[in-house]
Design a protein around this ligand. Structure first.
Ligand code: PMP
Length: 432
């Protein structure tokens, strides 16, 4: 059955091979942490629509909220509507108290990449500058500028992508330290390279319009930034009056245990990019939150038809209500600790380089113990093994050498336990 759908898709679609290439299933329906394929096989879903379904598939209260909105108003361009108003208020209420009054919301249509584009245009307009600083290994989307900022070279090589004025600097990827230090000898020397380039008026780089940073590189292989790295980037950008843009498309909406991941780093960014899990149920929406000081662009400067998805707004308000009521962020912390605990044993295997994560964003990095090279084919074997045992996980990082998990934020201890058992066996057997 699945095979028939896969073959039909392969024949008719131009590029129908990204996810199904490695996860060859045709999806029929989903409920909570589970998804069922067209043959009736049930899987634990630790991909959750690429981090979109933060409350799992078809959360009943979100379904109800969408259904209720459905007969009322579905699309509203950028007109004010009650659903949009409630959503905007709810989003602002999730910001740290000190930031609420100084941030504005701009709706973007409707993907994360579009919100990245908006953030760049905002910062370029406000500063009058053209250059952008981004980080190695980062991911920001598939549209042209978002792709140009993406530091995962494999994602953009085939189209010879590059934009003049985009400068890449090392990220604090400590287990592959860009400057060859160990955590105890490091005083975040990787930031020194950025600092030096920004302060060298003759041989460095022009003062950029923005520095764009992920708090945890997601597609880049679940690499949490070091706190002192983030703080130094913030100090540097503040001293030089460069807007700091945090891309929370993947880390946002509770994924790392706080509503936004930057909250755990004790910094305040100037621009926040969010999308994926904003509605909690996959009805698309994307936005930027930005400091009023940057609000110098003209009305209509970043427009777009699909900025008014009322179904997404209705679901998003309900998602926040459920997240508060059910202490979902408390669950993220508890289930994250459970995953850390269960998977820690893997690091005794020579091919397991590191197990890392924040909240419910986890990765197992596999690498050749001799050369240190990412072990992409081993990670693919782990993924295939897990799928056969009923667990969907994704890959990422350099050469796809990291097995990644993005469980629903309300996942139960029991499901986490089963998933970890499957994953432990998959890694142990694949490494044999
Ligand atoms: N930024 C980050 C950090 C992401 O993880 C992604 C998607 N994986 C994007 C931007 C792009 O979002 P979209 O695919 O919705 O355009």
């Amino acid at each position: 059955h699945s095979a028939r759908f896969l073959a039909r898709q392969q024949q008719s679609e131009s590029n129908a091979r990204a996810y199904p290439r490695r996860l060859p299933i045709a999806l029929a329906e989903g409920s909570g942490s589970f998804v069922t394929d067209v043959d009736g096989n049930v899987f634990i879903d630790f991909l959750t629509g690429a981090g979109v379904l933060s409350l799992g598939h078809n959360h009943p209260e979100l379904v109800r909220a969408v259904t209720k909105q459905l007969g009322r108003l579905t699309h509203g361009l950028d007109f004010p509507t009650p659903a949009k108003d409630a959503f905007t208020e709810a989003q602002l209420s999730m910001l740290p108290p000190g930031m609420r009054d100084r941030m504005k919301v701009h709706f973007c249509g409707p993907t994360g990449a579009n919100a990245v584009e908006a953030a760049l245009k905002l910062c370029k307009t406000a500063t009058g500058r053209g250059d952008i600083v981004s980080f190695q290994g980062g991911f920001h989307g598939s549209s042209h500028a978002a792709m140009a900022l993406t530091g995962l070279v494999s994602q953009k090589q085939p189209v010879a992508n590059g934009m003049p004025g985009v400068h890449f600097f090392p990220y604090s990827y400590c287990s592959r330290c860009p400057v060859g230090l160990s955590p105890d000898t490091c005083a975040t020397n990787c930031v020194t390279l950025l600092e030096n380039a920004l302060n060298d008026a003759n041989g460095g780089i022009p003062l950029p319009a923005a520095v764009v940073l992920e708090m945890v590189q997601g597609e880049g292989g679940i690499v949490p930034a070091r706190p002192d790295f983030v703080r130094r980037v913030r100090e540097l950008t503040r001293a030089l009056d460069i807007p700091l843009v945090v891309d929370e498309v993947q880390t946002g909406c509770g994924r790392t245990g706080t509503w936004f991941a930057f909250e755990q780093y004790g910094i305040e960014p100037d621009v926040i990019i969010a999308s994926k899990a904003l509605s909690g149920i996959g009805t698309p929406v994307a936005l930027i939150l930005y400091d009023r000081r940057l609000d110098t662009w003209a009305p209509g400067a970043h427009s777009g038809t699909f900025r008014g998805n009322q179904l997404a707004f209705a679901a998003g308000v309900e998602a926040i209500r459920v997240i508060h009521r059910d202490d979902v962020l408390g669950n993220v912390a508890a289930r994250g600790a459970q995953i850390a605990d269960r998977l820690a044993v893997l690091t005794r295997l020579p091919w397991v380089r590191e197990v890392r994560g924040r909240g419910l964003m986890w990765g197992i990095e596999l690498a050749d113990p001799g050369t240190g090279r990412p072990a992409g084919s081993l990670a693919a074997a782990v993924q295939a093994h897990a799928l056969r045992q009923g667990l969907i996980v994704e890959l990422g990082g350099r050469d796809d050498g990291v097995v990644r998990m993005l469980p629903p934020l309300n996942v139960t201890a029991e499901v986490v336990d089963t998933a970890c058992t499957i994953l432990l066996a998959a890694v142990e057997e694949s490494c044999r």
